[in-house]
Design a protein around this ligand. Structure first.
Ligand SMILES: Nc1ncnc2c1ncn2[C@@H]1O[C@H](COP(=O)(O)OP(=O)(O)O)[C@@H](O)[C@H]1O
Ligand SMILES: [Mg+2]
Length: 241
């Protein structure tokens, strides 16, 4: 569930601005209407609180531009061209220098996961989504000047990469806030900030970290207040001793 903390009405000159669309994408009607307004309604979107300044305007989302934004937009364009539509459509950069993406309808759950987001049907749907993403990503050659994002501070930790020789560009960040549910099941992926050349296996391992009941309650993160708490793994092994 997205937390909308406030709705601001910005009426300063240049706010909203014109869109510099790239890749021949067509802005959805609602978004175009909102952007042409002199006072577009900006609804702050706060997910996991990692990226500041994300807002929704009509059918679009505006996010700050980072060094990897153009690469991610090229990746998203490729995914759509390859038939994977369960991701935001990239619309380039707006008049304020923010990246523009389509708003993906649905709800992204937050941790601790609500019980309805912990069933096997959820895992199966998410696995299918990732498989379709991988199949669409396979064979894409990133631009020569591609830039990739990373977890802040990770470069200072001297751990060998576990994903070995890259097979494709994967999403690499399947935390609940990046998985949009519709009708109770994962239906789309958002937030491709950590997308990077990797392996299919690494991507699956990342998804399992967030979604599969791998940990004993004593090791769960965060510690489970009670065995029946939604933070507890779904099928905890029964203690035998
Ligand atoms: N394209 C989008 N469509 C729908 N909701 C979005 C979109 N982008 C972001 N959001 C909402 O905003 C939240 C935060 O955005 P996200 O891109 O995941 O940023 P962060 O880097 O903070 O995790 C998401 O969890 C989601 O609820
Ligand atoms: Mg996110």
């Amino acid at each position: 569930m997205t937390v909308a903390v406030a709705v601001s009405l910005l009426c300063e000159p240049g706010v909203g601005g014109s869109l510099h669309l790239s890749g021949g994408a067509v802005l959805p009607g609602g978004a175009a209407a909102a952007d042409q307004e002199s006072c577009p309604i900006e609804e702050p979107l706060i997910g996991d609180g990692v990226t500041r300044g994300i807002v929704r305007i009509g059918d679009t989302v505006r996010r700050p531009v980072r060094p990897f934004t153009a690469t991610v937009q090229a990746y998203l364009r490729h995914l759509h061209q390859a038939g994977f539509s369960a991701a935001p459509v990239p619309f380039g950069i707006d008049g304020q220098g923010r990246e523009v993406l389509s708003f993906v309808p649905g709800d992204a759950p937050r941790e601790p996961l609500p019980p309805e987001a912990t069933g096997e049907d959820v895992l199966i749907a998410l696995a299918g989504l990732i498989r379709r993403l991988h199949d669409a990503a396979q064979g894409w050659t990133p631009p020569a000047d591609a830039a990739w994002g990373g977890v802040p501070g990770a470069e200072t930790v001297r751990i060998s990469p576990v994903d070995g020789e890259a097979e494709l560009v994967g999403h690499r960040d399947y935390c609940p806030g990046n998985v949009v549910f519709r009708d109770g099941l994962p239906a789309a992926l958002i937030d491709f900030d950590l997308a990077k050349p990797t392996t299919r296996l690494y991507d699956i391992a990342n998804a399992l970290y967030w979604w599969a009941p791998l940990l004993h309650p004593a090791d769960a993160r965060p510690p489970s207040p009670t065995p029946t708490s939604p933070t507890a793994p779904r099928s905890s092994p029964t203690p035998t001793a």
